[in-house]
Design a protein around this ligand. Structure first.
Ligand code: NDP
Ligand code: HEM
Length: 498
């Protein structure tokens, strides 16, 4: 025992006995002055922090981004210059399940990246899908409510999901991907990641380009069928953690090819679709992906709580040369994540080791709970700005080029003039017979218990994508649940005209 460290209280005093509480007599009650016991119990009561309101269940690892292509004409970001290597953290997640949810559940997967660049942290908080369920942030909390538990039954409600989706045709693209093979990957390394939103690049000349980020798996796509996943979950609920953690421990480092699609500001005015609409992709034929590098995961966290649970990713974290775009969803996310982190982790969440930038940080924020680092302005007397005490000053070269905006401030109906079906048809046309058949049966399974009026309303959307989509789901519903067409009028379905 001589070579082992001494157990101490949090105040550093040695602990003489960690097996027996201090009691009045051998059989007597515990004494209130047994501070060691009190400290242990009090700490235990504070071991849990709020789980993420969405994407609670996750798996993460550290790695590197290596840039091999040359996109220096589009962006001045140091991390994207040829030959640069940047350390990163990648956290994968499911969206709806709570912290203890089974890994192999059909759901969209989060793909959250934190690049520790020399110019500050750049976070790309994406998914394994290139699009999303809603295009206006006002609908995000409503959508998430349909994925979480019903207030009365405290169970998830298929009715709520399909009610919302059938009344929100912009969700159809993402719903189709979710119900396809890619909605249930075998493990995180067998799926792509997408930045999903349109972001921007800007260069030293002050020119802006719109950009989409893609991370293509080098392990190939592998998926489970519903039946396979059900059997698997019966045996283990932690299959993603086992595969990701175990693989990295064995030296099997997963890799992704990094690609960008670039659109000029002029091109953005000419596309038939809104290039800032998160329910749309940029077709590869029009905007070919450029390969710019490779991303590898090669190190597990040593403490899951400290490094993965306390990780705070936010789309607000961009660096010079990378910016946001007019995507309405993105503006809401710029607010929402840092707000969630202040609530979930506390005021100084960015000073936690996993979130701390690997470059100098200087600002004039002051005090606050758990401030263990004093003033960060660069000089103790500089706690306001401007000052005469060599405190940190602004850096004009970090200024983003101006963005021209126009239009009247108003609430514009995003369901008017948006084609919610064309790109879904393009996707459906990519599916072979087996993929289509699994799509139909996955949807039928997910519609268990949904009232006929809602099912019929959703079938109208499938029909608008492709007659075979509607017919296939209808047949699968009959096979799975004995479902027969209900006699519901177009009016009752509440489907807007195409
Ligand atoms: P392309 O044929 O050039 O691109 C097809 C893309 O679809 C590829 O990136 C491919 O990914 C991906 N894909 C293939 N099978 C599936 C699947 N089962 N679920 C999800 N994605 C799949 O055509 P377009 O660029 O015109 O896109 C056609 C449709 O493909 C889109 O409407 C969209 O639904 C989907 N898609 C498009 C993407 C884009 O950025 N353009 C990205 C992802 C999907 P992979 O290379 O990994 O096989
Ligand atoms: C997590 C809000 C859309 C991907 C979260 C969290 C919030 C949130 C509050 C929890 C953050 C935390 O506690 O750390 C929103 C809002 C959205 C939105 C308001 C739309 C208006 C999206 C979209 C994507 C996405 C479009 C992907 C393209 C993620 C991921 C996480 C997450 C991957 C988990 C991050 C992690 O691993 O810590 N979101 N979200 N979200 N969101 Fe969103």
């Amino acid at each position: 025992m001589a070579d082992r460290p001494t157990l101490t209280t949090t105040a550093g005093a040695p602990v003489s006995d960690n097996q027996n509480s201090r009691t009045a007599g051998e059989r007597g009650p515990v004494l209130l002055d047994d501070y060691q016991l009190l400290e242990k119990l009090a700490h235990q009561n504070r071991e849990r922090i709020p789980e993420r309101v969405v994407h609670a269940k996750g798996w993460g690892a550290f790695g590197t981004l290596k840039i091999t292509g040359d996109i220096s004409k589009y962006t001045k970001a140091m991390a994207l210059q040829p030959g640069t290597e940047t350390p990163l953290l990648l956290r994968f997640s499911t969206v709806a399940g709570e912290l203890g949810a089974a890994d192999a559940e059909r759901d969209v997967r989060g793909f959250a990246l934190k690049f520790y660049t020399s110019e500050g942290n750049w976070d790309l908080v994406g998914n394994n899908t290139p699009v999303f369920f809603v295009r206006d942030p006002l609908k995000f909390p409503d959508f998430i409510h349909t994925q979480k538990r019903h207030p009365r039954t405290n169970m998830r409600s298929t009715t709520a999901m399909w009610d919302f989706w059938s009344l929100s045709p912009e969700s159809l693209h993402q719903v189709t991907i979710l119900m396809s093979d890619r909605g249930l990957p075998v493990a995180p390394m067998y799926m792509n990641g997408y930045g999903s939103h349109t972001y921007s690049f800007w260069n030293d000349a002050g020119e802006r380009f719109w950009v989409k980020f893609h991370f293509k798996t080098q392990q190939g796509h592998k998926f489970y069928t519903n039946a396979e996943a059900e059997t698997l979950i019966g045996k283990s609920r932690e299959t993603y953690q086992e595969e990701l953690f175990g693989g990295i421990e064995r030296g099997e480092f997963p890799k992704w090819t990094v690609q960008v699609q670039i659109m000029t500001e002029t091109q953005a005015e000419q596309t038939s679709y809104n290039p800032f609409d998160l329910t749309k992709v940029w077709p590869h034929g029009e905007f070919p992906p450029l390969e710019i590098g490779v991303m590898e995961l090669n190190r597990n966290a040593d403490n899951y709580f400290a490094e993965i649970e306390q990780a705070a990713f936010s789309p607000s974290n961009v660096v010079p040369g990378i910016g946001h775009s007019p995507d309405k969803m993105l503006q809401a996310r710029v607010f929402s994540y840092a707000d969630a982190h202040r609530y979930r982790l506390g005021t100084h969440y960015e000073a936690l080791p996993v979130n701390q930038p690997k470059c100098p940080v200087h600002n004039y924020h002051k005090d606050g709970q758990m401030n263990f680092f004093g003033q960060k302005s660069g000089n103790v007397d500089a706690y306001y700005e401007p000052n005469s005490f060599s405190g940190a000053v602004e850096q004009p070269s970090a200024k983003e080029p101006p963005l021209k905006l126009s239009g009247d401030a108003d609430r514009y109906n995003h369901r008017i003039g948006n084609d919610d079906y064309g790109q879904v048809t393009a996707l459906f046309n990519l599916f072979d017979a087996g993929q289509r058949s699994r799509l139909f049966s996955n949807i039928a399974a997910a519609m268990d218990g949904v009232p006929g009026a809602i099912i019929e309303r959703q079938l109208v959307h499938f029909q608008r994508v492709h007659p075979e989509y509607e017919a296939g789901v209808r047949a699968a519903l009959k096979e799975a649940h004995g479902y027969e067409a209900s006699t519901i009028s177009q009016e009752e379905k509440g489907v807007a005209a195409e």
